[in-house]
Write a protein that binds this ligand. Structure first.
Ligand SMILES: Cc1cc2nc3c(=O)[nH]c(=O)nc-3n(C[C@H](O)[C@H](O)[C@H](O)COP(=O)(O)OP(=O)(O)OC[C@H]3O[C@@H](n4cnc5c(N)ncnc54)[C@H](O)[C@@H]3O)c2cc1C
Length: 560
């Protein structure tokens, strides 16, 4: 059991972020949370008085900060509105990874990147968006180095679909360096210098200020152009003029139960987003005619059901809710209520989501075939994780301890324990005959070192790097046996107003919504498109297209 070649486990993504867990909890709780879809009609016309003004008004301080800084550095005045009391949103609390194809830190090929990204998009992005990402991603990174002094280095990450043509390892994921020159595992490694530099250059950030709706005025051609924002700043209503443009970067709709029920095909009872991600930005864009894109998609993940739902109710981000079934986590599997496996448990977390969601039983009450499912393992798995090196990280906050406890301690109350497989199946109410047969088959695969059903351990991603033995498969045969209910969820939603390669919001009529831009998880952008390209694949597009939005704004004249 070992790390990948450079000694960096894939799980350092989570371990690093764990350092910020306390901050995550605080940020999560600070957010005012609307849990239902609420209408956000645009204010149409020009208000008699304005309370504040800037060339560019930016809503949200996550990935949108990159665009805010670019706009300010190009001579436009910028005002950022942030609903929470802290700057940086989920982005600041992220693991710091930014996926940038063809960056200046590694050898890459535009053609390979284009082929890979086109497959990742799966028809749900455009060649123009993919090309803009490839052409300008590196420029965005270099801009942040020159303007905000952020230094970057390659992280040892494998593209999540590395087996696809054009996939790479240790080429496209960058992380900021901390003051000691070490890879930083917090997004604050770039959001903080971005915010500090923005303010130093004359930009303004208003915290505890929530944008409620857009202000738009009718154009002769029947469209509306966006000229400002109505915001609530600690109870005070402000009309804020945006002389050139508004950039929306208000996160997804993770905490809007009605939108989730309406748009997500797979229930998502947990989230990894700050609780101010209530869909308001999306509704604001819809109110001025924005088209919608990628609404049924999210950045997939899997959680232990009980603690995942508890974290959601408390509105905190707790990365320990995730079972990650790879590397040393090898005599374990995910089982549905029929007692069957249903996916490669060692693949990336976004792919899990599709594996989980796939299908419903076509008899009876049309229940989801794999929801809920069960993480099951034997004592051997707990021992192996406990004895393992840095790669054996089962619980990010407690390396080496599955479920946060020593291998010989009693598991938490939400974990079932039994001396036999039959007894375990009875306790959790799954088909015992199928389960026993499934474990026997899995053990045969483990003995042979090959999983012909789900190919667990075959891809470079599953193995955590080249040259490692495919140790994702060990026989599950040392009692007692354990089971914990698991559910899929989206770390963040992907859908929102459709945006183009300039970050402009598209109207339902196919034209743009004048002076309105969007970025990040609310921008209907995805990776771009459907799947998750690799570590850093959510903030990468968010930062690149918020940067490109600011570049495009230089072409705008003030509307008044
Ligand atoms: C522990 C963890 C680790 C992660 N690691 C990575 C990683 O390494 N790489 C990666 O690519 N992704 C990672 N992710 C996912 C990533 O953090 C998010 O997908 C990304 O930050 C979303 O960016 P955003 O700009 O859309 O939203 P946010 O960063 O959440 O920014 C949106 C901001 O808008 C504010 N807001 C919302 N509504 C309003 C309103 N009406 N008015 C004013 N402000 C408003 C919010 O308060 C928030 O600050 C991680 C997530 C977690 C939880």
């Amino acid at each position: 059991m070992e790390n990948n070649q450079n000694g960096i486990s894939r799980r350092s993504f989570l371990r690093g972020a764990a350092a910020g867990t306390a901050g995550v909890a605080i940020a999560g709780m600070l957010g005012a949370c609307a849990s239902t879809q609420t209408a956000a009609p645009a204010f149409t016309g020009v208000p008699e008085t304005w309370d504040k003004e800037a060339d560019v008004v930016v809503v949200g301080s996550g990935t949108a900060l990159t665009g805010a800084l670019k706009a300010q550095s190009q001579g436009m005045s910028v005002l950022v509105l942030e609903a929470l009391g802290l700057v940086g949103g989920t982005t600041a609390l992220s693991g710091g990874a930014v996926w940038i194809p063809c960056n200046s830190y590694a050898q890459d090929s535009k053609e390979a990147a284009r082929i890979y990204m086109t497959k990742v998009a799966d028809g749900l992005s455009t060649p123009e968006i993919i090309d803009a990402y490839i052409e300008h991603g590196s420029e965005m990174i270099d801009f942040l180095t020159e303007t905000a002094g952020i230094k970057w280095a390659l992280a040892d990450r494998t593209d999540y679909h590395v087996q696809w043509e054009g996939g790479t390892r240790k080429v496209r994921t960058l992380k900021p360096l901390d003051e000691n020159g070490q890879l930083s595992s917090l997004g604050a490694g770039y959001t903080k210098p971005e915010a500090d530099t923005l303010v130093k250059l004359g930009g303004e950030i208003m915290v505890k200020t929530t944008a409620e709706r857009l202000i738009a005025r009718p154009l002769a051609d029947g469209r509306q152009e966006v000229i400002g924002v109505v915001a609530n700043s600690e109870g005070k209503t402000l009309n804020i003029k945006a002389k050139k443009a508004v950039l929306l970067g208000a996160g997804g709709f993770d905490y809007n139960d009605e939108m989730k029920a309406r748009y997500l095909p797979i229930p998502s009872p947990c989230s990894f987003a700050v609780s101010s991600s209530d869909g308001k930005g999306i509704l604001m864009a819809q109110a001025v005619g924005a088209d919608l894109h990628l609404m049924p998609y999210g950045w997939g993940q899997v959680a232990y059901s009980v603690i995942g739902k508890q974290a959601y109710e408390k509105r905190v981000i707790d990365i320990n809710i995730c079972p990650l079934c790879y590397q040393n986590d090898s005599s374990s599997m995910w089982i549905n209520r029929h007692g069957r496996r249903f996916c490669d448990e060692a693949s990336d977390y976004d792919s899990f989501w599709y594996g989980f969601g796939g299908g419903r039983d076509t008899t009876g009450d049309m229940a989801y075939t794999n929801i809920p499912a069960w993480y099951v393992c034997d004592q051997g798995n707990r021992d192996r994780i406990g004895a393992g090196g840095a790669g054996a990280v089962a619980t990010p906050d407690a390396p080496g301890k599955l479920w946060g406890v020593e291998p010989d301690a009693e598991p938490p109350e939400w974990v079932y324990k039994a001396d036999t497989l039959e007894e375990l199946a009875a306790k959790i109410g799954i088909n015992a005959e199928n389960f026993v047969e499934q474990v026997a088959r899995f053990n045969k695969y483990a003995a042979e070192g090959k999983d012909p059903e789900f190919h667990r351990g075959e891809s470079l991603f599953d193995q955590g790097g080249p040259g490692r033995p495919a140790d994702c498969l060990e026989p599950m045969n040392k009692p007692p046996y354990y089971a914990a209910e698991i559910v899929p969820f989206v770390q963040g939603t992907k859908g929102g107003p459709r945006t183009n390669e300039k970050g402009q919001v598209m109207h339902v009529n196919g034209d743009i919504v004048p002076r309105l831009y969007a970025c990040g998880n609310m921008a209907g952008m995805g990776g771009p498109g459907k799947y998750y390209p690799g570590a850093g694949g959510t903030v990468g597009p968010g930062m690149v297209f918020s940067y490109l939005a600011a570049v495009d704004m230089t072409n705008l004249e003030s509307w008044e």
